[in-house]
Design a protein around this ligand. Sequence first.
Ligand SMILES: O=C(O)c1cccc(C(=O)CC[C@H]2O[C@@H](n3cnc4c(=O)[nH]cnc43)[C@H](O)[C@@H]2O)c1
Length: 226
Amino acid sequence: MVVQAGEGLLTPSAARVLVATAVPAERDAVARAFPGPVIAAGVGPAAAAAATATALATTGHTLVVSAGIGGGFQPHAPVGSLVVADEITAADLGAETADGFLPVTDLGFGAVTHRPPAALVRQAAAATGARTGAVLTVSTVTGTAARAAALRARHPGALAEAMEGFGVAEAAALHGVPVLEVRAVSNPVGPRDRAAWRIGEALAALTEAFGKLTPVLESWNPHDHR
Ligand SMILES: O=C(O)c1cccc(C(=O)CC[C@H]2O[C@@H](n3cnc4c(=O)[nH]cnc43)[C@H](O)[C@@H]2O)c1
């Protein structure tokens, strides 16, 4: 158990969980159920990384959660469902070649995947009823069936895509803090039909999820590897 000294007593250190969303509507949906700090970091991995790294510069965070709405690969993650990432993967960070896509890791650089703690993923999914699988981070929202199929072919375990998880995870790694990603599915990944996005439904699902997740996040012990 992690302990801190205080007035001669050893007490469990308090959980300090930061939630990073993209836009104010997502921030407010989380904050309706989660009492800790929630930021609207901006859309895309760069904005998410910059704002999260800045927020983590104050010490003592135990966990960072990337949260918001997202696209779901059909039929694996239906609209209205919830996904907890067991893998956060940058799906378009690399080089296109005549023989296909090469991730930056194949070019000898950096990382393309971060893995949240398995025990936390299990606990979060059990508490919320979420599906678990890879959540892809993309800088361009998928807009065709062909692109959706190509992403699933390259990432057979992918359940959802969004635009911030990898940025949040990079910032978390820089600060040595574990990361989790939670997405409420607002739309199918595929042919663009923005008018059909069920944003209200997904935001309500996000609020409901954080109602159930809060005790899990606040009691989670990073040294618990069950
Ligand atoms: O217009 C609104 O009221 C509104 C309220 C909340 C959120 C939005 C957004 O547009 C959020 C953008 C955010 O959503 C993620 N997202 C959602 N679907 C997808 C997708 O199919 N592919 C990639 N990203 C998706 C993404 O993380 C964006 O940052 C609007």
